[in-house]
Design a protein. Structure first.
Length: 214
């Protein structure tokens, strides 16, 4: 069949079934768009999972520990430590670009914020891993925030902590509190004085000539 004859046959078929042609075109467009969307979504999820959540180019070294279960109690028997010498040995291995020490936060910590949004600060416990502050200082400082280690020895030597007696003396967004597990007031903080009991009101005097009830 010649090309001209074939083209004429196609046009005649389209004229007879325009609705079918329109529906088929919409179905093809929707199918291609859906395929492209899910393909891009899958590639994005793969990049996030393999690049940030489970990076293939990063290896986390966990110290080996030995635990023994005695009934319902699990007793730690031994645990290897990753000290500075071990970090140096790992960094000297071929193919290792950098080594970043990390320490799990095992003490109670509180984060607060949200005053501009909720009208007052909200406090919550923090579960985090500690790393070298120099690794994040540039990222935090670029947004106008200052990365400060309040417990650094040089900072404590320059600005020694001052005992507080009231919350107003603690500074902005700070408050006086008791040490963990303590029931006595913190050193330098006075106990709150109990409120005085209200004095009884005197009874009104009886008017002249009035007789008391029997």
């Amino acid at each position: 069949m010649r090309s001209a004859r074939l083209f004429t046959l196609v046009l005649a078929n389209l004229r007879r079934s325009r609705n079918h042609f329109l529906l088929a075109s919409i179905g093809i467009v929707v199918g291609i768009a859906t395929f492209a969307f899910f393909l891009a979504l899958g590639l994005g999820v793969r990049q996030v999972v393999l690049g940030k959540i489970f990076p293939l180019d990063k290896i986390e070294v966990i110290p080996k520990n030995l635990e023994v279960d005695v009934g319902p109690v699990r007793l730690p028997v031994g645990r290897d430590a990753i000290d500075d010498a071990m970090v140096g040995r790992i960094e000297a291995l071929p193919g290792v670009k950098a080594v970043y020490p990390k320490m799990k936060l095992t003490v109670g910590s509180i984060a607060y914020g949200g005053e501009s949004l909720f009208g007052s600060d909200l406090r919550s416990e923090v579960v985090a891993d500690g790393i070298d502050p120099d690794l994040l200082a540039s990222e935090i400082n670029k947004d106008g925030f200052e990365f400060v280690d309040f417990d650094a020895p040089e900072r404590l030597a320059r600005e020694p902590p001052v005992p507080c007696e009231t919350d107003e003396q603690c500074g902005a967004k700070m408050y006086c509190g008791l040490p963990a597990g303590s029931t006595s007031p913190r050193e330098g903080r006075s106990r709150a004085k109990p409120k005085p009991k209200p004095k009884p009101r005197p009874k009104p005097a009886a008017p002249a000539g009035a007789q008391p009830k029997p």
